[in-house]
Design a protein around this ligand. Sequence first.
Ligand code: PA5
Length: 503
Amino acid sequence: MEGLTLIHVRPNMTIKRQQMRSARGMHQRQSPEAKPENRIVLDATNMFDAPGPGTIRQADVEALIPDIVKAHQMLKNDKGDIYDQGIPMTGWRDLPIKMTESHLSEIISLAGELGRKIDAYVSLGIGGSYLGIEATFKALTHTCFNQLTREERGGAPEIYFLGQNMDPDFLRDTLDMLRGKRIGINVISKSGTTTETAVAFRIMRRLMEANWGTEADQFILATTDKSHGALRKMAQKRGYRTFVVPDDIGGRFSVLSDVGLVGLAMANINIREFAAGFRNMREIVWENDFWRNPALVHAALRHAAWRAGKKIEVVATNAVSLYGAARWMEQLFPESEGHEGHGMWVSPSLYSEKLHANGQMVQEGERNIMETFLLLQSHDNQMPIPKAHDNLDGLDFLAEREMNMNGLNRMVIDGPAYAHHHGGVPNMTIEIPCRNAFNLGQFYYMMETSVAVSGYLLGHNPFNQPGVEAYKRAMFALIEKPGYEAATQDIKSRLKQKERIRI
Ligand code: PA5
């Protein structure tokens, strides 16, 4: 049998998009203006009047408006509980208007220069130093990016992520993908001490040095704090090319900083367009009028739902490409809201896959759930549904009505939105018109603003993560890291006293 030929299948438009950008050069000269077809819409219709316990009325949201408007003003003026180690953590707020053209150009040319010399680029980081980069990469590139030819990738090297877990099999498997390739790595860690990232970096550095000696240093980038962290010191000593995580921007708010930009430019993603999307949404959510400001309405809807007993937010998308964005929300919201007994659990989901699993729970389980849909309105590709000669599945009518997969894929959101609302699950839809960097930028800025306002409403600082630090400390104590002797002793004696129940 001969190999498959894609008969009657049109060229892949995601690949075309990458190649077009490449044809314009890695310089990605144009920065698009806001166009009506790039307008992100928040559809709140189904948030209201869902039957059963925890119904939310429009009046509940209207009652929140004075507090929301006050919170918004405080955010704009750097007021309130927003400090981490004495620094107001709102640097992300004005980053879109502070980002200079020359800085973007510098990153694009570095990515072009390094990208041409390597076959694969490995981004090392966890949490905010990872999720936004991967989410944007997945949203805007081919699902099997690394299996495409370099030309199909628009000239970009292969892209890998490490340091986001401590799984030796995962790391080892990734090394197999890197065998025989010229590689470049970017170690991203604001603190410089996060164990997962540091361990992956050690392994990669040793491997690179064993292969290329000191020449390896030219292929190692470090993205870390401006002056004092451990990674900064090492980078200075070794002469690595460095990028900065600003002091006043926390990891989960950092995708528009160097944290995200370097890797995205490396993947041939238009970072000018990305920054323009942030800028555009900043203008939109700077608006004081509540009902004209999607970030404020978004924050109010979620807060009203939380008060009404909704403790789980299913964030479901109909696009494989946007599943990473749902995962990014899983970090942004819980890490910012999960303080002092507050917050909703965010469950990222891909529909319709998950409808055949937790869809039952959403429809008929405990009524403590709300849903947010990330609806991709227009996919890159059109997939028509063919007629079958036997019509055994009875679906010929779809072909006869020229219904394609695209039309059906909208129904995997519209159907659940209707059914789940009737089942007592309030839901809202964030409509993302199409896959481009501008829209991703807009989406991120809207969510960042919403979660910041949410912090004010809940009455805690949304910009730190003492709970995450607690696990890091416990892990350091358990691995007996020098400097943690007292904690090691304490944790060990507590564990000793605990009666184990092992069946
Ligand atoms: O949002 C955050 O601040 C965290 O998720 C951090 O990004 C994460 O813990 C990684 O930290 P670091 O960049 O210091 O390695």
